[in-house]
Design a binder for this molecule. Structure first.
Ligand SMILES: Cc1cc2nc3c(=O)[nH]c(=O)nc-3n(C[C@H](O)[C@H](O)[C@H](O)COP(=O)(O)OP(=O)(O)OC[C@H]3O[C@@H](n4cnc5c(N)ncnc54)[C@H](O)[C@@H]3O)c2cc1C
Length: 302
């Protein structure tokens, strides 16, 4: 590595809005960031858009000794496609996704999520990598990426590993990432089915009370493949596998879809909180899954 990585003297300008001291780094390349993570990993936090992290730092929910701002690492910000997949760099903002024809056409459920996410100001700052690493059960990118069977590429100074997104979240705010790893890329296989995402929230710019994404493939008016995922109704974003299994091979029929969508209530474990009750979450999840299935079926490429 060519330049010496010294902390930027941010505390000279600290307005004390963040009520504790920390050392602040601004790596300019992936390699620099990985070196810093190797040195400070367990006591450090990565800063991407800061829309989750800074909120937590202000209320001292997290107090990292070191903050590594990765926003200058341009090589982590992209949406591109190869023959089989769409690839999203971790630093890609929600606004970048909103402007991407590739996302709208190839990953429509994620595009729906973008449209329901925060305000323009938040979408301009917030990154997809940050949304996943924050690991909120309500993370809007999670259900779409679950139904599209995305893989998460994690990188550290030792190398990279790819894991299915189904294995990424382990609980509220928790993932399988090691302290010295960085979420590098999201890899989404290109598929020919239709997908969609729907969320209910208290007001337009709010986290989900509950959300659902579905992916459907149809052949001869019969459901050939289906994936269902939900957010905000369990300790982590989840797939509804029993519901999926019950739908495979069924004729596309609104009555049947409605009946099977209601099975989702048995696969979730919602809680009462400030945003909604467990009872409401169970009831609305049935409707969200049904509505999302209908929307995904309308989007199946024929
Ligand atoms: C007003 C407001 C409205 C919001 N509305 C929504 C909404 O509608 N839907 C929704 O899902 N969320 C919403 N959020 C939450 C937040 O904006 C998103 O979760 C956002 O995508 C987080 O991205 P970020 O880049 O700001 O993450 P940061 O705050 O920078 O980071 C979040 C966490 O991820 C870690 N991290 C970030 N990038 C990486 C990486 N590449 N590798 C490893 N670790 C990393 C950080 O260390 C931190 O722990 C809202 C937040 C606010 C303040």
């Amino acid at each position: 590595m060519s330049r010496e990585l010294r902390p930027v003297p941010i505390n000279l300008r600290n307005t004390k809005i963040i009520p504790f001291e920390f050392q602040y780094f601004e790596p300019e390349s992936l390699e620099e960031a990985l070196q810093l993570l190797r040195t400070y990993g367990s006591e450090a936090k990565i800063l991407a858009g800061g829309t989750d992290l800074l909120v937590k730092m202000k209320i001292r929910a997290v107090e990292p000794k070191y903050v590594i701002n990765i926003k200058l690492i341009r090589e982590l910000r992209y949406v591109r496609a190869d023959r089989d997949s769409v690839r999203i760099g971790a630093l890609t903002t929600w606004r970048d996704l909103e402007k991407s024809d590739l996302i709208r056409e190839e990953v429509p459920a994620l595009y729906d999520a973008v449209k329901s996410m925060g305000s323009l100001q938040i979408r301009n700052m917030a990154t997809v990598g940050g949304n996943l690493c924050n690991a909120s059960p309500a993370a809007d990118s999670a259900p779409p990426l679950l139904v599209h069977e995305a893989k998460i590429k994690l990188t550290s100074i030792e190398g990279t590993r790819e894991i299915p997104i189904t294995e990424f979240f382990t609980g509220p705010g928790m993932t399988v990432m090691k302290p010295y790893e960085l979420l590098h890329e999201i890899i989404i296989p290109k598929r020919k089915g239709g997908s969609s995402f729907i969320k209910v929230s208290r007001v337009a710019m709010d986290l989900a009370i509950a959300s659902a994404a579905t992916y459907v493939e149809v052949e001869d008016n019969t459901i050939k493949d289906v994936k269902i995922a939900l957010g905000s109704v369990a300790p982590r974003p989840i797939r509804a596998r029993k519901c999926e299994a019950a739908l495979i091979g069924k004729k596309v029929d609104e009555g049947v879809l409605r009946e099977i969508a209601s099975l989702v209530a048995g696969e979730i474990s919602p809680i009462d909180d400030v945003r909604g009750s467990a009872w409401y979450r169970r009831e609305v999840s049935k409707v969200l899954v049904y509505d999302s299935l209908i929307k995904s079926l309308e989007r199946v490429r024929r």
